[in-house]
Design a protein around this ligand. Structure first.
Ligand code: AMP
Length: 169
């Protein structure tokens, strides 16, 4: 299925010069959403112990995929949201830096983790989530995205870890 008709381009959001890829039309379409989750489900069935969803659009796809795979979901959140003992990873943005957090008991050391987010841009977000997976001593199976912005080279930033994306721009 071609998902491109379900991705809406919003120029200059959230700031001038950014072409925001809005996935809400995909989420709102039952067939497109089901195809997306089924497609990822076929790719990962039987090989994953837990899905790791990145706040916040990664939660939407991650939770549906975890259900389809019959596994649980762990979450990576922005600072100050998680209530229990947590670990943090800092990463550089175009201007400044940001932080992501995970619960210290999100999964065990031997877990095979599938990282899920809506979009791979520079790879900073995924890279920080990978650092958290490594702090917990678990194994990253692959990073799965709906969209990849290839011109930002995020794939190279997270190498040698593997990335899979459904639509590339
Ligand atoms: P990055 O850390 O640069 O790979 O950015 C990835 C994160 O920022 C993902 O969680 C995306 O949801 C969001 N993001 C970055 N660029 C865009 C964009 N052009 N359109 C929509 N979301 C974006």
């Amino acid at each position: 299925m071609d998902l491109r008709p379900y991705i809406r381009d919003i120029p200059d959001f959230p700031k001038p010069g950014i072409l925001f890829k809005d996935i809400t039309p995909l989420l709102a379409d039952g067939k497109a959403l089901r195809w997306t989750i089924d497609h990822l489900g076929e790719r990962y069935r039987g090989s994953v112990d837990i899905v790791l969803g990145i706040e916040s659009r990664g939660f939407l796809f991650g939770a549906a995929l975890a259900y389809a795979l019959g596994v649980g979901i762990a979450i990576v959140r922005k600072p100050g949201k998680l209530p229990s003992h947590k670990l943090a990873a800092h990463y550089a943005l175009e201007y400044g830096s940001d932080t992501l957090e995970i619960h210290g008991d999100a999964f065990g050391e031997k877990a095979r983790v599938l990282l899920v987010d809506d979009l791979l841009a520079t790879g900073g977000t995924a890279g920080a989530a990978i650092a958290l997976i490594e702090q917990l001593g678990a194994e990253l199976l692959e990073c799965a995205f709906i969209i990849e912005l290839e011109f930002l080279h995020g794939r190279e930033r997270i190498a040698p870890h593997k990335a899979y994306s459904i639509i590339k721009y």
